[in-house]
Design a protein around this ligand. Structure first.
Ligand SMILES: [Zn+2]
Ligand SMILES: [Zn+2]
Length: 164
């Protein structure tokens, strides 16, 4: 998503060149103009393409675990593809919610604020905080950025300051 791979430029163009240009880490982190709405998510066809790209890996792993094309293979394969599909759907939906706020109940939870701040830091420094849903790989590969005071915390501090 941050560089073209083997001549395939769509994710690079849609994410690094377009998404990062429109949405930064300041006030522009949240959608400012409705015409930018299509640039929050990827095009719909990314979903089947990503599942298709991973199908070979899923098939190999399921075959290895089940030991052949038996009933276990189909169950393991279906569960693995289901998890992949759920993960991608969670990524697109939660990432959308980060940039387009509508006052959803979970926007106030500590969990959402945490992943939202994590992603906002990615918009400040695109080589850091590459995970969106589950920042596990950022911990493993040491790409997690040190914390920046979250927007909500800055706003709370400002409210306290002006209240005095
Ligand atoms: Zn983003
Ligand atoms: Zn990025």
């Amino acid at each position: 998503m941050h560089r073209p791979i083997l001549g395939f430029r769509y994710p690079f163009r849609a994410h690094a060149l377009t998404h990062h240009r429109i949405f930064s880490w300041d006030a522009t982190y949240q959608l400012q103009r409705s015409e930018d709405l299509p640039n929050v998510t990827f095009a719909w066809w990314n979903f089947p393409v990503l599942l298709g790209l991973n199908a070979g890996l899923v098939t190999s792993v399921a075959l290895a675990i089940a030991g052949g094309w038996n009933a276990y293979f189909w169950v393991i394969g279906a569960v693995a593809l289901g998890v992949l599909a759920a993960y991608y759907a969670a990524y697109e939906y939660l990432h959308f919610c980060m940039h387009v706020r509508t006052g959803r109940w979970f926007e106030r939870t500590a969990w959402f604020r945490f992943i939202d701040d994590h992603h906002r830091m990615h918009h400040r420094n695109p080589t850091r905080n590459l995970n969106v849903v589950l920042p596990l790989a950022d911990l493993l590969f040491r790409t997690k950025a040190p914390g920046l005071a979250p927007v909500w915390r800055l706003a709370a501090r400002e409210r306290r300051r002006t209240a005095v």
